[in-house]
Ligand binder design. Sequence first.
Ligand code: ASP
Ligand code: MG
Length: 412
Amino acid sequence: MPTLVMKFGGTSVANIDRIARAAKRVGLEVAKGYDVIVIVSAMSGKTNELVGWVDETSPLYDAREYDAVVSSGENVTAGLMALRLQEMDIPARSWQGWQVPLKTNSAHGAARIEEIPTENINRKFAEGMKVAVVAGFQGISPEGRITTLGRGGSDTTAVAFAAAFGAERCDIYTDVDGVYTTDPRICDKARKLDKIAFEEMLELASLGAKVLQTRSVELAMRYKVRLRVLSSFEEPSDTAGTLVCDEEDIMESNAVAGVAYSREEAKVTLLAVADRPGIAAAIFGPLAEAGVNVDMIVQNIAEDGRTDMTFSCPVNEWIRAEKAVKEAAASGAISFQDLVVDHDVAKVSVVGIGMRSHAGVAAQMFRALATEGINIKVITTSEIKISVLIDRKYMELAVQALHDAFDLDKAA
Ligand code: ASP
Ligand code: MG
């Protein structure tokens, strides 16, 4: 039998009624002849509530017990989903992570999946079970403790199961009907994409389009798992949602697939840093140790042995960043004349594999921003992405202008 993985996010299993609706969709796939592995999230809001209880009980909590508590929301929905399917006369049972067992490392709170043996579940399929309902987000460490995969981790559970079982597809049911060219809340011309390449999705996911956990897209790309992102609130159809797939499966694409943004950024500049070997390491080493997620980095041309070094980071990390570089200066590891922080910046990026073969995307992007009078503060590029840092107050305008400039409201 071909296998299908269906993952239901928190809003799709938010109450008994919605679990029943999700189960109905599972029934449709079973009727088509699939063995189905259903991965469930906790009911929406549940994991946050559990995290809150842990914080309230023990501010400096033992990460193993944190995982024991916060993984429990998924156990409830897995059992309820199995019960609902049984009520529909579909042979189904639930599995917690450790029962599979989904083996992870011991990094509690952000564990990595090491192995998913398929024997136990396959034996049940061979005996006539039609649906394995698996609690997402959780696994078991080599020490035999319960682990969790990090927030949003049930997407990653789903993709890992699809890879392990060689599933035909991994359907991710969520509350949006697919992946859009940009955020529809910011740009009313945003268009749902029929298909998007793994690499593009990866850039969009890590740039703040919160549809899928970034790790799940990385995993899907590595194992070539075809992902479909779709809404559990729409009528079932074969063309629903967005297919995230290999770029070879996309015949024609625009140079730019989408515009992403990240609103809460800060820009930090160290003025007149000594320009000598090892200086960048001496700055960014302490920043990394302080847990600052440095994103863009620009070093200016040196003059008289001095240069300016600029970097960006999430705005809620700039205090930590400032402390780290000041401590490095106090210890004599680095020296600089002044430190300038700009808290009110945002990052806007255009992403597309088509950039590899289309020239002039950067020029077109900069022209569109110039036409709106938006000043660019920092630019970075990769093979399939161009990002700029701009004043936060122009972020919406920039997203809209770029969406227009690249005709993203029209399909390729
Ligand atoms: N319930 C977990 C969370 O809220 C995992 C998930 O839903 O993906 O982060
Ligand atoms: Mg999610």
